[in-house]
Design a protein around this ligand. Structure first.
Ligand SMILES: [Zn+2]
Ligand SMILES: [Zn+2]
Length: 432
């Protein structure tokens, strides 16, 4: 997007001009406060350097032992992938797949996609065909990489095992910790516009909308696409000429999908908290742990900061998120005009906090991998973990399905007539 380009806010759909930004400056939507654009100095070089460092660390983190567990002369060594294998063997393949994807595959793929997309730019070439789609996938993967949450999971696991055995960190753990920061720094250094600006675009696709012509903002690359300039795929659906993502004024069937997912998550929330998430066998005795009893355990051992983290992440956050989504759904359906800016902020909160609930799933994964000495000491994942994992994923999907622009549509309809015709989204909430 060029500096003076028109842009549609992707949270409230207000059409506004993107001001030229000073070094390190940022622009926010004048109506809802959403961050529209941030200038990131020397973005290409910094992101590329961090990506290369990240890939080296990623290989190290996945090649060496991660943690080892020493108890009565017996040693278990684990790599990152061990927990995934053990969960699969214990019949918890769904949880294993989620852990594999969020802790290993998503971060690895993000780094790989970044490298592949940024290298041609660094070599001064135009972006080859198909590469915009790769960069679009990078953006899709962003919320699913959860190495930082995994780190908290490691801390909780180590604390839980200190009574039982000695835990020794391996080479891979150090690489993993550094990788968390390197990946976060790479994401922060990246200005997506350095990529989008290099996608060859025909003049008929980069024109501003004619007077009165509706325009749609692309959700991925933020190009403002006048209706007449959209590409159409073989099924006749409009696509962004720059990143090839499907264009829609509002996320398709946003309310229906979000309702369905919220209800499913509320249903799963009950067994997730009632059933044990794991059982610990020690010297022939088996004891089951629910999420709540895990918090109590940490409290009893004086680890109140960790107890607070697990309580907030596992019990409070999922419920808060579901309540906020319910509030947003009901207020949108009642066409409420109550504090739209605050409701948009609440929506941002639900998008940001959801992933932290994965902590307990990671704790179970790590414990299962570390503690497998048969009757002497072993840990099994239980049904609660499957339900809990489902709650976390479903609430994340629910937040992604909700379209914050619907909050502003009610206001739009009330003020219809006193806005200029260049507004992108006419009240057509469910247009696919
Ligand atoms: Zn806005
Ligand atoms: Zn696009």
């Amino acid at each position: 997007m060029s500096d003076d380009a028109l842009t549609l806010c992707d949270e409230c759909d207000l059409l506004q001009r993107n001001p030229p930004l000073p070094e390190g400056g940022s622009s926010h939507c004048i109506r809802c406060g959403h961050l529209l654009h941030r200038h990131r100095p020397d973005s290409l070089n910094r992101t590329l350097a961090l990506t290369l460092a990240g890939l080296v660390l990623f290989v190290i983190a996945n090649s060496y032992p991660f943690l080892s567990f020493q108890m009565q002369g017996q040693v278990t060594e684990t790599t990152l992938i061990t927990g995934v294998k053990d969960l699969t063997e214990q019949g918890k393949g769904e949880v294993a797949a989620v852990v594999l994807f969020t802790a290993i595959l998503a971060p690895g793929l993000q780094l790989l996609l970044l490298l592949v997309v940024l290298l041609p730019l660094k070599l001064g070439k135009a972006l080859p065909p198909g590469f915009p789609t790769l960069f679009r996938w990078f953006k899709t993967l962003l919320p699913w990489g959860m190495m930082d949450v995994f780190m908290i999971g490691i801390l909780v696991s180590v604390v839980k095992l200190t009574d039982m055995a000695t835990i020794v960190p391996g080479t891979s753990l150090y690489a993993f910790v550094v990788l968390i920061f390197v990946l976060a720094a790479a994401q922060a250094a990246l200005d997506p516009d350095i990529v989008w600006a290099r996608v060859p675009l025909a003049p008929e696709h980069r024109r501003p909308p004619h007077k009165g012509e509706p325009a749609i903002g692309c959700d991925v690359c933020e190009l403002l696409v006048p209706e007449g300039a959209a590409l159409h795929d073989h099924r006749g659906r409009p696509r962004c000429p720059r990143c090839t993502d499907l264009l829609h004024r509002r996320k398709p069937y946003s309310l229906q999908r979000t309702w369905a997912l919220v209800i499913a998550a509320l249903v799963f929330y009950i067994p997730a908290n009632l059933y044990p998430v794991m059982s610990v066998t020690s010297l022939g005795q088996t004891q089951s742990d629910t999420i709540f009893s895990g918090v109590v355990f940490l409290l009893e051992h004086g680890m109140w900061p960790l107890a607070a983290i697990v309580f907030i992440a596992s019990i409070f956050v999922p419920l808060l998120k579901l309540l906020i989504l319910l509030l947003l759904l009901i207020s949108v359906q009642m066409r409420s005009s109550w504090r739209p800016r605050d409701r948009t902020r609440l929506y941002r909160v639900t998008e940001a906090i959801g992933r932290w609930s994965m902590v307990d799933i990671y704790v179970v994964t790590i414990l299962v991998a570390l503690v497998r000495l048969g009757n002497l000491a072993s840990i099994q994942a239980e049904a609660g973990a499957v339900f809990f994992c489902a709650v976390v994923i479903i609430t994340m999907l629910a937040a992604m399905s909700f379209d914050p622009r619907l909050i502003w549509d009610a206001m739009e309809q009330q003020h219809a007539g006193d806005r200029p015709a260049a507004r992108g989204g006419r009240p057509e909430p469910l247009a696919g």
